[in-house]
Design a protein. Structure first.
Length: 221
């Protein structure tokens, strides 16, 4: 009786190195611009990332493909809305839409990495690191939505809440750097900050570190 063949690795169509570079570019743009209208530039980069990631060949079925196209179209529409609308509630909806799109993208990437990457390659590592960055962007979008929805300041001591400072806070919270220069004010922001830190650390320890230790080997379990 012939031994069962190992499931083939189907990760060659993934371009996670490009995705990682685009995410780094989006991070740097968001850090350098503070005007709310300038948010369109990182949004455009986010849209490029989603176009790369949410191709039909990357998704687990036609329904997921349809959802991916709708979400990408929504992000592109968000670019226009950000340019022409100044209403705080509308901007909060844009941030929530972006957060939902990022959550969907994270789920798709994890599905690709865990199911299709049977051999841990450099693309696998780039994919895991890209998911880690996407988690930071996801919480930055949630903090941005919260700052637009609530009347109280997002940060204590009168610290400004713009796209650059919110992204900075989301990432230093996720990495548990905690310089103390920006502190969440109010229970909603504090609770979200705790989830941010937990999500980043759990993902870093359970998946990224595991994949790095298995670099070049086959995952048969």
């Amino acid at each position: 009786m012939a031994a069962p063949q190992a499931e083939p690795d189907r990760s060659s169509s993934d371009h996670y190195g490009l995705v990682f570079l685009l995410l780094i570019g989006a991070f740097l743009l968001s850090a350098l611009v503070t005007h709310e209208r300038a948010r369109v530039f990182p949004l455009l980069l986010d849209a490029m990332v989603l176009v790369v990631l949410l191709r039909p060949s990357q998704l687990p079925g036609p329904r997921a493909g349809t959802a991916g196209r709708v979400l990408v179209a929504g992000v592109l529409a968000s670019v226009v809305v950000t340019l022409v609308v100044t209403n705080r509630f509308v901007h909060s909806v844009v941030s929530l839409w972006l957060a939902g799109t990022l959550a969907f993208t994270i789920a798709v990437m994890l599905w690709r990495i865990l199911i299709h990457h049977r051999v841990v390659t450099l693309q696998t590592i780039f994919g895991a690191l890209s998911v880690y960055l996407l988690i930071g962007f996801l919480f930055a979008a949630l903090f941005s939505a919260l700052s637009q929805l609530q009347h109280d300041p997002l940060f204590a001591n009168g610290r400004p809440a713009n796209s650059a400072t919110i992204q900075y806070f989301a990432f230093i919270t996720m990495t548990t750097t905690g310089y103390g220069d920006f502190v969440a004010a109010g229970e909603p922001a504090r609770s979200l900050a705790v989830l941010d830190a937990l999500s980043g650390q759990i993902f870093l320890i359970t998946l990224v570190a595991r994949l790095v230790s298995m670099f070049g080997s086959r995952r048969d379990e």
